[in-house]
Design a protein around this ligand. Structure first.
Ligand code: PBG
Length: 365
Protein backbone atom coordinates (compact mmCIF):
# COMPACT_ATOMS: atom_id res chain seq x y z
CA UNK A 1 0.00 0.00 0.00
CA UNK A 2 2.97 2.32 0.21
CA UNK A 3 2.88 2.93 -3.51
CA UNK A 4 0.68 5.46 -5.18
CA UNK A 5 -2.48 3.76 -6.24
CA UNK A 6 -2.75 3.08 -9.96
CA UNK A 7 -6.06 4.92 -9.64
CA UNK A 8 -4.11 8.10 -9.18
CA UNK A 9 -3.61 8.27 -12.91
CA UNK A 10 -7.33 9.00 -13.25
CA UNK A 11 -7.11 12.16 -11.21
CA UNK A 12 -8.36 14.73 -11.61
CA UNK A 13 -11.77 13.16 -11.85
CA UNK A 14 -14.64 12.81 -9.45
CA UNK A 15 -12.93 11.05 -6.53
CA UNK A 16 -16.29 9.74 -5.37
CA UNK A 17 -16.48 7.39 -8.32
CA UNK A 18 -14.83 4.18 -7.38
CA UNK A 19 -13.92 2.17 -9.31
CA UNK A 20 -13.24 4.69 -12.06
CA UNK A 21 -15.80 4.48 -14.78
CA UNK A 22 -13.70 5.53 -17.72
CA UNK A 23 -10.44 4.17 -19.09
CA UNK A 24 -7.52 6.54 -18.99
CA UNK A 25 -7.45 7.25 -22.69
CA UNK A 26 -11.17 7.94 -22.93
CA UNK A 27 -11.86 11.32 -24.40
CA UNK A 28 -15.02 13.31 -24.21
CA UNK A 29 -14.43 14.93 -27.57
CA UNK A 30 -15.64 12.16 -29.91
CA UNK A 31 -18.55 14.43 -30.80
CA UNK A 32 -16.91 17.77 -30.61
CA UNK A 33 -18.12 21.28 -31.11
CA UNK A 34 -20.65 22.35 -32.29
CA UNK A 35 -22.58 19.31 -30.99
CA UNK A 36 -21.12 19.66 -27.52
CA UNK A 37 -21.61 23.00 -25.87
CA UNK A 38 -20.94 22.81 -22.16
CA UNK A 39 -22.17 26.36 -21.74
CA UNK A 40 -25.75 25.10 -22.33
CA UNK A 41 -25.89 23.97 -18.72
CA UNK A 42 -24.40 27.17 -17.37
CA UNK A 43 -26.91 29.69 -18.67
CA UNK A 44 -29.07 30.24 -15.62
CA UNK A 45 -28.73 29.70 -11.90
CA UNK A 46 -31.60 27.18 -12.08
CA UNK A 47 -29.63 25.09 -14.57
CA UNK A 48 -26.32 25.51 -12.76
CA UNK A 49 -27.88 24.49 -9.49
CA UNK A 50 -29.59 21.52 -11.16
CA UNK A 51 -26.29 20.04 -12.37
CA UNK A 52 -24.17 21.05 -9.36
CA UNK A 53 -21.95 18.16 -8.24
CA UNK A 54 -21.02 19.36 -4.77
CA UNK A 55 -23.25 21.12 -2.28
CA UNK A 56 -21.53 22.80 0.62
CA UNK A 57 -23.33 22.24 3.90
CA UNK A 58 -22.47 23.00 7.52
CA UNK A 59 -23.37 19.39 8.43
CA UNK A 60 -19.69 18.47 8.53
CA UNK A 61 -18.31 21.70 10.01
CA UNK A 62 -16.21 21.70 13.17
CA UNK A 63 -15.57 25.08 14.84
CA UNK A 64 -12.27 25.43 16.76
CA UNK A 65 -12.27 27.19 20.15
CA UNK A 66 -9.32 28.40 22.24
CA UNK A 67 -10.10 28.20 25.93
CA UNK A 68 -8.25 30.37 28.47
CA UNK A 69 -8.47 30.72 32.27
CA UNK A 70 -10.59 33.42 33.88
CA UNK A 71 -14.13 34.69 33.52
CA UNK A 72 -15.79 36.97 31.02
CA UNK A 73 -12.72 36.87 28.79
CA UNK A 74 -12.96 37.36 25.04
CA UNK A 75 -9.47 38.27 23.89
CA UNK A 76 -9.04 38.79 20.15
CA UNK A 77 -6.30 36.88 18.32
CA UNK A 78 -4.48 39.54 16.29
CA UNK A 79 -3.65 37.44 13.26
CA UNK A 80 -7.09 35.80 13.12
CA UNK A 81 -9.83 38.46 12.90
CA UNK A 82 -13.04 37.09 14.43
CA UNK A 83 -11.23 34.46 16.54
CA UNK A 84 -10.86 34.86 20.32
CA UNK A 85 -9.34 33.29 23.39
CA UNK A 86 -12.44 32.54 25.44
CA UNK A 87 -12.87 31.80 29.11
CA UNK A 88 -15.10 28.80 29.88
CA UNK A 89 -18.24 30.91 30.47
CA UNK A 90 -17.75 32.77 27.19
CA UNK A 91 -17.06 29.50 25.38
CA UNK A 92 -20.42 28.17 26.55
CA UNK A 93 -22.13 31.25 25.08
CA UNK A 94 -20.22 30.78 21.85
CA UNK A 95 -21.28 27.14 21.69
CA UNK A 96 -24.94 28.07 22.04
CA UNK A 97 -24.57 30.25 18.96
CA UNK A 98 -22.59 27.60 17.08
CA UNK A 99 -25.29 25.04 17.83
CA UNK A 100 -28.11 27.36 16.79
CA UNK A 101 -26.39 27.86 13.42
CA UNK A 102 -26.61 24.14 12.69
CA UNK A 103 -22.90 23.45 13.23
CA UNK A 104 -22.71 19.99 14.78
CA UNK A 105 -19.28 20.07 16.37
CA UNK A 106 -16.51 22.09 18.02
CA UNK A 107 -12.86 21.26 18.69
CA UNK A 108 -11.22 22.46 21.89
CA UNK A 109 -7.70 23.83 22.35
CA UNK A 110 -6.42 24.98 25.72
CA UNK A 111 -4.26 27.80 27.03
CA UNK A 112 -3.26 26.56 30.49
CA UNK A 113 -2.43 28.81 33.47
CA UNK A 114 1.07 27.34 33.66
CA UNK A 115 3.26 25.16 31.45
CA UNK A 116 5.91 22.61 32.41
CA UNK A 117 8.02 19.81 30.90
CA UNK A 118 5.45 17.07 31.38
CA UNK A 119 2.43 18.96 30.03
CA UNK A 120 0.51 18.64 33.30
CA UNK A 121 -2.18 21.00 32.04
CA UNK A 122 -3.03 18.63 29.18
CA UNK A 123 -4.05 15.69 31.36
CA UNK A 124 -5.05 17.31 34.67
CA UNK A 125 -8.61 16.40 35.71
CA UNK A 126 -9.34 20.12 36.09
CA UNK A 127 -7.31 21.16 33.03
CA UNK A 128 -8.68 24.01 31.01
CA UNK A 129 -10.04 21.83 28.18
CA UNK A 130 -11.56 19.41 30.71
CA UNK A 131 -13.32 22.31 32.47
CA UNK A 132 -14.63 23.64 29.20
CA UNK A 133 -15.83 20.21 28.05
CA UNK A 134 -17.77 19.69 31.29
CA UNK A 135 -19.44 23.08 31.07
CA UNK A 136 -20.28 22.81 27.37
CA UNK A 137 -21.61 19.25 27.69
CA UNK A 138 -23.86 20.33 30.57
CA UNK A 139 -25.20 23.33 28.64
CA UNK A 140 -25.58 21.85 25.13
CA UNK A 141 -25.52 18.05 25.41
CA UNK A 142 -26.07 17.35 21.70
CA UNK A 143 -23.12 19.43 20.48
CA UNK A 144 -20.29 17.08 19.53
CA UNK A 145 -17.16 18.00 21.46
CA UNK A 146 -13.91 17.07 19.80
CA UNK A 147 -10.80 17.24 21.98
CA UNK A 148 -7.49 18.07 20.32
CA UNK A 149 -5.00 15.78 22.03
CA UNK A 150 -1.51 17.25 21.92
CA UNK A 151 1.08 18.43 24.40
CA UNK A 152 2.52 21.53 22.73
CA UNK A 153 0.17 24.06 24.33
CA UNK A 154 1.05 22.68 27.77
CA UNK A 155 4.82 22.22 27.43
CA UNK A 156 7.16 25.04 28.50
CA UNK A 157 9.22 24.38 25.34
CA UNK A 158 6.20 24.22 23.03
CA UNK A 159 6.97 20.84 21.44
CA UNK A 160 4.33 18.14 20.96
CA UNK A 161 6.19 15.54 23.03
CA UNK A 162 8.70 15.11 25.85
CA UNK A 163 12.06 16.70 25.05
CA UNK A 164 15.41 15.16 25.90
CA UNK A 165 18.62 17.06 25.35
CA UNK A 166 21.48 15.00 23.99
CA UNK A 167 25.12 15.69 23.28
CA UNK A 168 25.42 15.78 19.55
CA UNK A 169 27.80 17.39 17.10
CA UNK A 170 24.82 17.94 14.82
CA UNK A 171 22.60 20.82 16.01
CA UNK A 172 19.62 19.06 14.43
CA UNK A 173 19.91 16.19 16.89
CA UNK A 174 20.88 18.16 20.00
CA UNK A 175 17.45 17.46 21.36
CA UNK A 176 15.03 14.66 20.78
CA UNK A 177 11.25 14.55 20.94
CA UNK A 178 10.97 11.24 22.77
CA UNK A 179 8.31 9.16 21.10
CA UNK A 180 7.30 6.32 23.41
CA UNK A 181 7.42 8.24 26.68
CA UNK A 182 5.22 10.93 25.12
CA UNK A 183 2.58 8.30 24.32
CA UNK A 184 1.85 7.85 28.02
CA UNK A 185 1.09 11.54 28.49
CA UNK A 186 -1.04 11.60 25.37
CA UNK A 187 -2.99 8.58 26.57
CA UNK A 188 -3.58 10.23 29.96
CA UNK A 189 -4.77 13.34 28.15
CA UNK A 190 -7.25 11.39 26.03
CA UNK A 191 -8.70 9.55 29.02
CA UNK A 192 -9.06 12.73 31.09
CA UNK A 193 -10.82 14.42 28.16
CA UNK A 194 -13.19 11.47 27.73
CA UNK A 195 -13.94 11.62 31.45
CA UNK A 196 -14.80 15.29 31.07
CA UNK A 197 -17.35 14.58 28.34
CA UNK A 198 -15.35 14.91 25.13
CA UNK A 199 -17.18 12.92 22.42
CA UNK A 200 -14.36 12.49 19.88
CA UNK A 201 -10.66 12.22 20.64
CA UNK A 202 -8.51 13.95 18.01
CA UNK A 203 -4.76 13.41 18.44
CA UNK A 204 -2.63 15.97 16.54
CA UNK A 205 0.83 15.23 17.95
CA UNK A 206 2.18 12.96 15.18
CA UNK A 207 4.03 10.57 17.51
CA UNK A 208 4.29 7.04 16.10
CA UNK A 209 1.93 4.55 17.71
CA UNK A 210 -0.29 7.16 19.36
CA UNK A 211 -3.54 5.76 18.02
CA UNK A 212 -2.86 2.34 19.49
CA UNK A 213 -1.76 3.91 22.77
CA UNK A 214 -4.89 6.06 22.96
CA UNK A 215 -7.24 3.24 21.92
CA UNK A 216 -5.76 0.93 24.54
CA UNK A 217 -5.96 3.55 27.28
CA UNK A 218 -9.52 4.57 26.38
CA UNK A 219 -10.69 0.94 26.25
CA UNK A 220 -8.95 0.23 29.54
CA UNK A 221 -10.84 3.08 31.19
CA UNK A 222 -14.29 2.08 29.95
CA UNK A 223 -14.35 4.41 26.95
CA UNK A 224 -14.48 1.79 24.22
CA UNK A 225 -17.30 3.73 22.59
CA UNK A 226 -15.40 7.00 22.24
CA UNK A 227 -14.17 7.34 18.64
CA UNK A 228 -10.78 8.60 17.53
CA UNK A 229 -10.38 11.06 14.70
CA UNK A 230 -6.73 10.99 13.86
CA UNK A 231 -4.86 13.96 12.44
CA UNK A 232 -3.35 11.20 10.33
CA UNK A 233 -1.61 13.17 7.61
CA UNK A 234 -0.44 16.31 9.35
CA UNK A 235 2.25 18.24 7.55
CA UNK A 236 4.97 20.47 9.00
CA UNK A 237 3.38 23.61 7.62
CA UNK A 238 4.04 27.31 7.58
CA UNK A 239 0.27 27.76 7.55
CA UNK A 240 0.09 27.08 11.34
CA UNK A 241 1.66 30.47 12.15
CA UNK A 242 -1.43 32.32 13.44
CA UNK A 243 -2.57 29.28 15.48
CA UNK A 244 0.63 29.41 17.46
CA UNK A 245 -0.25 32.96 18.45
CA UNK A 246 -3.81 31.90 19.31
CA UNK A 247 -2.71 28.87 21.34
CA UNK A 248 0.64 30.25 22.52
CA UNK A 249 2.38 27.11 21.31
CA UNK A 250 5.39 28.22 19.27
CA UNK A 251 8.36 25.90 19.98
CA UNK A 252 11.03 27.82 21.92
CA UNK A 253 13.75 26.06 19.91
CA UNK A 254 13.87 24.02 16.72
CA UNK A 255 10.77 23.15 14.75
CA UNK A 256 8.34 20.28 14.29
CA UNK A 257 9.91 18.67 11.22
CA UNK A 258 11.13 15.58 13.07
CA UNK A 259 7.55 14.53 13.80
CA UNK A 260 5.17 16.33 11.42
CA UNK A 261 5.30 15.30 7.78
CA UNK A 262 7.40 16.71 4.96
CA UNK A 263 5.04 18.73 2.70
CA UNK A 264 6.63 17.03 -0.32
CA UNK A 265 5.35 13.55 0.53
CA UNK A 266 2.07 12.15 -0.76
CA UNK A 267 2.93 8.44 -0.59
CA UNK A 268 4.07 8.75 2.98
CA UNK A 269 0.77 10.44 3.81
CA UNK A 270 -1.02 7.28 2.63
CA UNK A 271 1.21 5.18 4.90
CA UNK A 272 0.50 7.45 7.87
CA UNK A 273 -3.23 7.08 7.28
CA UNK A 274 -3.04 3.34 6.75
CA UNK A 275 -1.07 2.82 9.96
CA UNK A 276 -3.46 4.98 11.98
CA UNK A 277 -6.39 2.93 10.66
CA UNK A 278 -4.60 -0.31 11.51
CA UNK A 279 -4.07 1.03 15.02
CA UNK A 280 -7.78 1.74 15.38
CA UNK A 281 -8.56 5.25 14.14
CA UNK A 282 -12.26 5.62 13.32
CA UNK A 283 -11.90 8.76 11.23
CA UNK A 284 -8.97 10.42 9.55
CA UNK A 285 -7.93 13.96 8.79
CA UNK A 286 -5.63 15.75 6.40
CA UNK A 287 -4.07 19.02 7.55
CA UNK A 288 -3.69 21.72 6.22
CA UNK A 289 -6.42 21.58 3.58
CA UNK A 290 -6.07 23.89 0.61
CA UNK A 291 -2.44 23.12 -0.25
CA UNK A 292 -3.11 19.41 0.25
CA UNK A 293 -6.22 18.78 -1.83
CA UNK A 294 -4.36 16.03 -3.71
CA UNK A 295 -3.82 14.21 -0.42
CA UNK A 296 -7.52 14.56 0.45
CA UNK A 297 -8.60 13.26 -2.97
CA UNK A 298 -6.24 10.30 -2.83
CA UNK A 299 -7.27 9.43 0.73
CA UNK A 300 -10.94 9.57 -0.31
CA UNK A 301 -10.27 7.01 -3.05
CA UNK A 302 -8.22 4.66 -0.91
CA UNK A 303 -9.85 4.61 2.51
CA UNK A 304 -13.51 3.97 3.22
CA UNK A 305 -13.73 5.88 6.50
CA UNK A 306 -15.04 9.34 7.30
CA UNK A 307 -12.49 11.84 6.04
CA UNK A 308 -11.87 15.29 7.45
CA UNK A 309 -9.65 18.21 6.53
CA UNK A 310 -8.44 21.11 8.64
CA UNK A 311 -8.56 24.52 6.99
CA UNK A 312 -5.84 25.89 9.26
CA UNK A 313 -5.15 29.28 10.78
CA UNK A 314 -2.89 30.53 7.97
CA UNK A 315 -5.46 29.66 5.33
CA UNK A 316 -8.04 31.64 7.30
CA UNK A 317 -5.69 34.56 7.95
CA UNK A 318 -4.73 34.90 4.29
CA UNK A 319 -8.34 35.16 3.17
CA UNK A 320 -9.16 37.62 5.97
CA UNK A 321 -6.14 39.80 5.19
CA UNK A 322 -6.70 39.90 1.44
CA UNK A 323 -10.39 40.68 1.97
CA UNK A 324 -9.58 43.46 4.46
CA UNK A 325 -7.39 45.01 1.79
CA UNK A 326 -10.25 44.84 -0.67
CA UNK A 327 -8.27 42.49 -2.89
CA UNK A 328 -10.74 39.60 -2.85
CA UNK A 329 -14.42 39.15 -2.08
CA UNK A 330 -14.46 37.68 1.43
CA UNK A 331 -17.66 35.66 1.30
CA UNK A 332 -17.08 34.34 -2.17
CA UNK A 333 -13.54 33.16 -1.49
CA UNK A 334 -14.51 31.72 1.89
CA UNK A 335 -17.25 29.58 0.33
CA UNK A 336 -15.10 28.65 -2.68
CA UNK A 337 -12.27 27.46 -0.44
CA UNK A 338 -14.64 25.35 1.67
CA UNK A 339 -16.39 23.97 -1.40
CA UNK A 340 -13.09 22.90 -2.93
CA UNK A 341 -12.14 21.03 0.23
CA UNK A 342 -15.47 19.21 0.17
CA UNK A 343 -15.18 18.55 -3.58
CA UNK A 344 -11.74 17.02 -3.05
CA UNK A 345 -13.43 14.48 -0.78
CA UNK A 346 -13.51 15.76 2.81
CA UNK A 347 -16.98 15.51 4.34
CA UNK A 348 -15.79 16.91 7.68
CA UNK A 349 -14.14 20.35 7.67
CA UNK A 350 -12.51 21.98 10.67
CA UNK A 351 -12.66 25.68 9.92
CA UNK A 352 -12.54 29.06 11.67
CA UNK A 353 -15.08 30.16 9.04
CA UNK A 354 -17.71 27.71 10.34
CA UNK A 355 -20.01 30.34 11.84
CA UNK A 356 -19.74 32.85 9.01
CA UNK A 357 -20.15 30.18 6.35
CA UNK A 358 -23.12 28.57 8.11
CA UNK A 359 -24.86 31.96 8.32
CA UNK A 360 -24.30 32.60 4.65
CA UNK A 361 -25.38 29.13 3.58
CA UNK A 362 -28.57 29.45 5.61
CA UNK A 363 -29.41 32.67 3.75
CA UNK A 364 -28.93 31.08 0.35
CA UNK A 365 -31.01 27.98 0.99
C1 PBG B 1 -1.30 21.16 17.95
C2 PBG B 1 -2.03 21.73 16.79
C3 PBG B 1 -1.61 22.71 15.88
C4 PBG B 1 -2.70 22.96 15.05
C5 PBG B 1 -3.72 22.12 15.46
N1 PBG B 1 -3.28 21.34 16.51
C6 PBG B 1 -0.36 23.46 15.80
C7 PBG B 1 0.87 22.85 15.34
O1 PBG B 1 0.95 21.66 15.04
O2 PBG B 1 1.85 23.59 15.32
C8 PBG B 1 -2.75 23.97 13.95
C9 PBG B 1 -4.09 24.49 13.60
C10 PBG B 1 -4.10 25.74 12.81
O3 PBG B 1 -3.08 26.26 12.34
O4 PBG B 1 -5.21 26.26 12.64
N2 PBG B 1 -0.23 20.35 17.64
Amino acid sequence: MNQLSPLRQFLPCDPHHFPPILPRDYTFSTMAFPINRLRRLRRTEALRSFVRETRLTPAGFVYPLFICPGEGIRKPVGSMPGVFNLSVDEAVKECREVHSLGIPSIVLFGLPETKDEIATGAWAEDGIVQQAARAIKAAIPSLLIMGDVCLCEYMSHGHCGIVEHVNSPNPETEYEIVNDASLELLAKTAVSQARAGVDIIAPSDMMDGRIEALRTALDGSGFENIPIMSYAAKFASGFYGPFREAADSTPSFGDRRSYQMDPANAREAMREIELDLQEGADMIMVKPALSYLDIIAEARIRFDVPLGAYQVSGEYAMIKAAAQNGWIDHDRVMLESLLSIQRAGASIILTYFAKEAAKLLAKHC
